[in-house]
Write a protein that binds this ligand. Sequence first.
Ligand SMILES: [Mg+2]
Length: 385
Amino acid sequence: MSRNHIRTAVVSNHGRTEVRERLASAGVSVDVIVGKFDLDRYGQLCKPARDPMVVAVAQMGLEPSEVVCIADCSTDELAAMGACIDCLMVGGFSEEDLIRSLGSNPAPEPDSRDYDSFRVPVMGIIGCIVGDTLGSRYEHSRTTDYNFKLFPSGSHPTDDFLGTLAVARWLLGDRSRESLERSLSMMVNCHPRAGWSHRFRNWARSSNRVPYGAVTNGSAMRVSACGWAAGSLDEALDLAGRSAEVSHNSPEGIAGAQATAACIYLTRTGHSKAEVKKYIEDTFGYDLDVTVGEHRQRAIHEYTCPVSVPQAIRCWLESDTYEQTVRNAISIGYDADTVGAIAGSIAAASPGMEVPQAWADRCFGLLHGELRQLFYDFCSAFPAE
Ligand SMILES: [Mg+2]
């Protein structure tokens, strides 16, 4: 079902009357429009650090899942709350653009899941979201302090976990290449400012989605669900390779995803760290003897699989707990959220290295709308504990 009715449209650069008329001419009816006037008013009410859009939505008593942004007003904060950003249009938009964009994303199904009796798991893809969230504030303000502050204000899931949920949605569905491309594209369109690279965002928004040979760590950051959905090591490698190659069709990009998924599959099926280390070194050629301290000193500033994945695996190998793993990963001092997400994903497959329940609950609480539904559905279909 495409959307021909919007509960709420949020706009900033256009007058409300203009927006309503344009939507009506596109066959889309709207209940509520938050306009620039509202934002100015709420902007004066809130602290500068707080986004007026978020305050406006809260003041109007709206659920983020009811909010659809249709102009160039989306924010990380609103997106992290689960609002769906259908299209971003700066300086005006056409009815054709609007119809195409709204029509490409199906309206969400009513949510009848029983969240009240849902105990947030402490193993599984939760390890990815917690590592990502813990690292989110340190990607751009880097730290090499192992004792960095946990969950500083504004910590939130980023592209690493949203990509993981897009792969999870693919694994829950028909597992065709087209289905994966569509799932990733929808996730980027709904959360365009979650931290995606420009190249990946352009790929997701293009009509023919040609893989672009990326060697970047995006294939590894989104792969953890493959390690949990697989029934054998071969299947883990196959799913991981397919999850990567739609965009990261380079040997390095595919290897990064497969190595991460293999670590998860092998450790969750009872293999020791020494066995996993040997398998990864023999199969993928990664040097896993470089210590966390040496990685921190080397300060190699690259967002690639051959750099980030061995770092993340080593962080896990050197640790006895989930917290040690993600503290190691984030304090290497570069791509903190992604190395945190990958390392956290592996740790949360290791018996005895579970995510602290309070952290799991806290990060699950940051998910709303479709993101919360996808997490619940994947954890229910592929229980980790
Ligand atoms: Mg990120």
